[in-house]
Structures are given as structure tokens and as C-alpha cells.
Write a protein that binds this ligand. Structure first.
Ligand code: NAI
Ligand code: MG
Length: 361
């Protein structure tokens, strides 16, 4: 332990990014750092000005040694990308996807837990607590494809979906392990009835893996279209959903509705055992429609911070953040307009800090 009473330093690289990114990250970081103190951990933040502004100014959203820079840290907190002067694909392919790929963050974890006092168009959500595990490196987001006959009547475009046994096995092992830990069923979400090659491989590899290594974990297959209905009709029947990159992206946005909207949905990008920093980020984007207004909900970012703390040996801080959020969401003066409140971003973030400070002796 050092003189300040802290046992360890947690180095966070903060990439605020575009749009509401700087507002939500700026408001959330002090709250996350305060929570880490419960685990006797001191947070040290490096602010990185990566994103759309930097791309417009210098031609690149990140420096060439970006991966080396972030590897000097324990974790990355990312706000959002999506600059109004850039097309969305440029924003995403210049920062979010390269980071995920270069650090080989093959797990995208998106918990979906319904909180009391948060309104949702879906009624009777009590007890809803599942998690989407999304394969994060390939599938429909492989980047392979092209266009020919540009602009002509015979123009053709392709995006090639890649599904490899190696990637399926490692994400499958993670998802089964998580289901075992949570004491829940694993549901594999595919579309093998139509996509007979790639998704058939998913069904085979995950089915075999379960039988060989996780016979104790209840397992089922579901088609993605039926799953969309079931998430709304019977969300309590779900435990761990294992999805491809595309299906996990879509279903977790749908899941955000069960949590009170995109302002409440958190995620983590991880390479378990890989010795690289994970990327922790809200599910939402840069929300250009509300950027600069000071009304963006910081709770998705703070919940992502809770995931960050839990993955980095700060379980007390993580739990404190989650409990404090559960306690603030019913109160209008402590929450932003998207979930029915009247507070601005900073007030909502500080309300979480006040809540857990009051709850901690
Ligand atoms: P979006 O998530 O930015 O916004 C969708 C809707 O949700 C908007 O009405 C927005 O105001 C609202 N919203 C989002 N976050 C909120 C928050 N914290 N508090 C209150 N309301 C919130 O998605 P959209 O509009 O499709 O994309 C905008 C840009 O973000 C695009 O450039 C897109 O490519 C990018 N994007 C980036 C992501 C990332 O950084 N990982 C993920 C998704 C989109
Ligand atoms: Mg998405």
C-alpha cells in the first residue's frame, strides 16, 4: 500500500470520441474513479483525442502507434464515434473496428438487466437479467467484399461473411463458461435454416463443444427472427445468448429497449486471458441529434465503467456503481430526459456518486 492508502493503480485510456462522447465520458470518469477507491485502487487517466476531429485535422482518427499506446493501459473507456462531417462507415472503420481487431477483442459482452423504475414499452420485465455474447472479430463485419460497375444499372456489391472454427470455438468456450458461472442456459442464436454454410458451422461447433466440455450447462438453439419476438414476449426465459457479430449487434440494441433505451445499455470488448486492455463503451453512438445540449444520459457509460472495474479487479466499485444506479433511476431530478428525468448529464452522473458515497460507510 502506498502513502495515499491505495494498493494499486488502474490505468485507463479514455477516448471520448465524437458527438456526446466527450460529455458522457467527462461526466462519468470521476464517478468511476471514485468507485474504484472502494477497492483501494487509484485510477490514472490518459485522455486520448482520437476520433473524427482528429481525422479531419490530421487525416487519421488514431496515431500509427495507437495499439502500442493503449497497451500501456489496463483498460480503455470509449465514448462514441460518429462525426457529422464523416460518413458513419469512415468513423466506425477508422477507430472502433481497428481497435477491436488489433487487440483481438473477440468477446463483446452486452448485459441486459431490467431495472425497477425505468419505463420500457415492454411491460412486466421484473427479473429480466440476461447477457448477449457477441462474436466480435468476423462474421458479416469481416470487411471482405467489394463493388463493381459503380453507379451503373448492373452494379453489384458484396460483403462476405466469415465464420471460422477457431473463432467459434473460442467465443463458444467463453459463452458456455459464462452461462455456467451465472447458472443460466446458453442459447445459440443463428439462422442456419437459411444460411446453410456459415450458420450451420456455428450450430455444429457450438453443439459439439457443449457436449464435450459443458454437458452440465443447459443448451438450446434458436433462430434469430424468433429470438427477436421472444426477447420482447418472454425476456425472463433468457440467460446467455451467443450471437454472431451482426445478430449480436442488432439484438443488443433491441435489448436496450428492455433497459430503458440506448442511454442505459453498456458493453465490454474483451480478449479473455490475452493480456490486452479491454474496450468498455456504451452501446449507443455519438447521438448527433442531442450533442452539445448537455442532456445525454451518462448511465450507459457509468455501467460500462462498472464492467471495466469488475474486469480489472474492482468488484466492490463495480457493485457500488450498479446499486447506486438502481437507486437513482426512479428520481426525476437525478436522471436525464430520455428516461423521464429533468437532470443534465453532469447532474445525473454526480447523483450516482452521491448515492454510493451515502451508501458507503
Ligand atoms: P445513436 O446511438 O447515436 O443514437 C440513436 C438515438 O438514441 C438518438 O435519438 C440519440 O439521441 C439517442 N441516444 C443515444 N445515446 C443516448 C444517450 N446517452 N442519452 C440519451 N439519448 C441517447 O445512433 P445513430 O444515430 O444511429 O448513430 C449516430 C452515429 O453514431 C453514427 O455515425 C453511427 O455510425 C455512430 N455509432 C457509433 C457507435 C460506436 O461508437 N460504437 C455505435 C453506434 C453508432
Ligand atoms: Mg450497434
Amino acid at each position: 500500500m502506498n502513502a495515499s492508502g491505495h494498493e494499486r493503480t488502474l490505468r485507463i485510456a479514455a477516448i471520448a470520441g465524437d458527438g456526446i462522447g466527450p460529455e458522457i465520458v467527462g461526466a462519468s470518469l470521476p464517478v468511476i474513479a471514485a468507485a474504484a477507491r472502494l477497492d483501494r485502487v487509484r485510477v490514472e487517466v490518459t485522455e486520448l483525442d482520437w476520433g473524427g476531429e482528429r481525422l479531419l485535422r490530421t487525416g487519421a482518427a488514431m496515431p500509427e502507434d495507437a495499439t502500442a499506446v493503449v497497451r500501456e493501459h489496463d483498460a480503455i473507456l470509449l465514448g462514441a464515434v460518429g462525426h457529422p462531417q464523416l460518413t458513419p462507415d469512415v468513423s466506425v472503420w477508422s477507430l472502433v473496428l481497428p481497435l477491436r481487431k488489433e487487440l483481438d477483442l473477440y468477446v463483446n459482452l452486452r448485459p441486459i438487466r431490467a431495472l425497477e423504475n425505468v419505463d420500457s414499452p415492454v411491460v412486466d420485465l421484473a427479473g429480466t437479467d440476461f447477457v448477449v455474447v457477441r462474436e466480435n472479430t468476423e462474421g458479416e463485419y469481416s470487411g471482405i467484399g467489394g463493388r463493381v460497375h459503380s453507379g451503373g444499372a448492373h452494379e453489384v456489391a458484396t460483403d462476405v461473411a466469415v465464420h471460422s472454427r477457431r473463432a467459434l470455438t473460442r467465443i463458444g468456450r467463453y459463452a458456455f463458461g459464462l452461462a455456467r458461472e451465472r447458472g443460466q442456459r446458453l442459447t445459440l442464436v443463428t439462422k442456419s435454416n437459411v444460411s446453410r454454410h456459415g450458420y450451420a458451422l456455428w450450430d455444429e461447433v457450438i453443439g459439439e463443444l457443449g457436449a464435450a466440455e459443458f454437458p452440465d450447462v443447459p443448451f438450446e438453439l434458436a433462430f434469430v427472427d424468433a429470438m427477436a419476438t421472444r426477447m420482447i414476449e418472454r425476456p425472463r426465459s433468457l440467460g446467455v445468448l451467443l450471437c454472431s457479430n451482426l445478430f449480436g449487434d442488432i439484438l443488443s440494441d433491441l435489448g436496450a429497449v428492455l433497459q430503458g433505451g440506448l442511454g442505459m445499455a453498456a458493453s465490454a470488448n474483451l480478449c479473455p486471458g490475452g493480456g490486452v486492455p479491454g474496450v468498455f463503451e456504451p452501446v449507443h453512438g455519438s447521438a448527433p441529434d442531442i450533442a452539445g445540449k448537455g442532456i445525454a444520459n451518462p448511465l450507459a457509460t457509468i455501467l460500462s465503467g462498472a464492467l471495466l472495474l469488475r474486469e480489472n479487479g474492482c468488484p466492490l466499485g463495480a457493485a457500488a456503481l450498479e446499486e447506486a444506479i438502481s437507486a437513482t433511476v426512479g428520481r426525476a431530478e437525478a436522471t436525464t430526459p430520455d428516461i423521464g428525468g429533468t437532470a443534465d448529464t453532469v447532474t445525473a452522473a454526480n447523483a450516482v456518486m452521491d448515492e454510493f458515497e451515502a451508501a458507503t460507510p
